[in-house]
Design a protein around this ligand. Sequence first.
Ligand SMILES: [Fe+2]
Length: 487
Amino acid sequence: MALHELMLTLFLFSKLSPSTADIEAGSQVWEAKENFQFGIAEGNVEVIEQNTAKDLPLKDRAVVVFQSVYDEDIEIVAGAVPKFGRLVVWDSSVSYLPRPPSIAFKKGQLLLHVQFSKSKEKMLKSYADVAASKAIRQAAYDAGFIGSDKPVPNDTDIEKSFVSSSKSLEGKEIHVFDDLFEKEDLDRLRAFIFKHGTYYYDDSDEGDDDSDNVQWIAGFEIDAYIKSRLWNIMQQTLKHITGRDKWFPYDISCNLIRSADHTRIHQDCEPHEDEWTYLIYLTPNWTKNDYGETAFYETMTNDNEIITEVRPKYGRAVVFQGIIPHSARPPSTNQSHARLTFVAKVSVDEFVGRHKAFREEMRHYQGLVESESMLDAIERGLDFDPEAEETEPRDEMSDDRGDSEPDDEMEEEEENEEKPIKIEKEAEERVIHEEQPDHPVLQELNSRLDAVAQSGGLDQMRNLHRELHARHVTARREAVKRITNLI
Ligand SMILES: [Fe+2]
């Protein structure tokens, strides 16, 4: 055991200090740890290699990517480099710092962090705290969208807030307004997002040029949002610009951008769609050197030109046609706050908007429905092979169990390098699969959507969209519960 620890400690420090001083650094640390009350010699910091971790039953596995460990003088005494499947266990009283990946690494880093205690009292308190914060979050969502409590008059003077308008060479429009919204609403919306928002991250760092490549926060209910004061003002703005009042929000979210993010130029809709995007800047006290502008471009090509750029300002609204190529500039490294924007994308009317919202929601629901069989297999102690019709019993002695792990991007990438032909074919199949899901639940929903789309009935479309949303919420809750039980 001691040799095992020593080897691993040296290995880690050579990684941390890639210079000729490596061995010396390792020696210093090794001396330091003997006097170190939380020291490695006591076995309080331990790294278990990937293969060992894979031999553990799933419920005993953890993936922790980290981190430098500090002594009382805040000197670094240990460290572990990230490696897929690596398990790190340490005494909770040791100071440590989870280090973010380098700026050059465009993906996020996922880790599972589990804290253990011998104290049942502490465990119960922690459990109660989690349950209480869940209840507070649910109550916040149940209370409706910010600004549902007090309606606004339908004759807001939009022109009074007008700042500027721009047009692309193709005649597509961008409009800027200030002070349309009350500061109290903006503050409440901002607070709600940070406290109760659900964060998502597009991890496709390569090959997906269509994505904006930013973190976003979603979970806003369309039906709650359309009753809010914010939407009322947005509707009036859109009517002021376009002369139409039928616009309907099919996608409501927040974008969160930090200085190290790699944003991409993208369009919010397809050329055949008549859509607008309504954006509100939600970070206060933005100064001129904080950058973070929204840039609008004439084309999606490499030799494109800028139509205009809009500076962030707390509460400022930018309303533009979704087909215009655009991108958020990351804030300056001087700005320690994230650049937060509230975004509503609108379709021509409620029927088209709900149809689009249904399809967007189906993409997420599809993943949950299809993962049910994987969870079934894991719960029964079986390996899951998505290509096999039947699951096979787990081979406890198998060395290549990694090949049968459920979906994982890193493993997919490794396979990509070795078996390009096979993956190409799989990618082709995935496209077909996405268009025509073979799960009966998904097929049934899709055919009902087609029937409603042909009938043109708004009530049926509204009900179908609400039904899917309710099923999605339930399925997500159920999946979280089952995954939590597994780990
Ligand atoms: Fe966008």
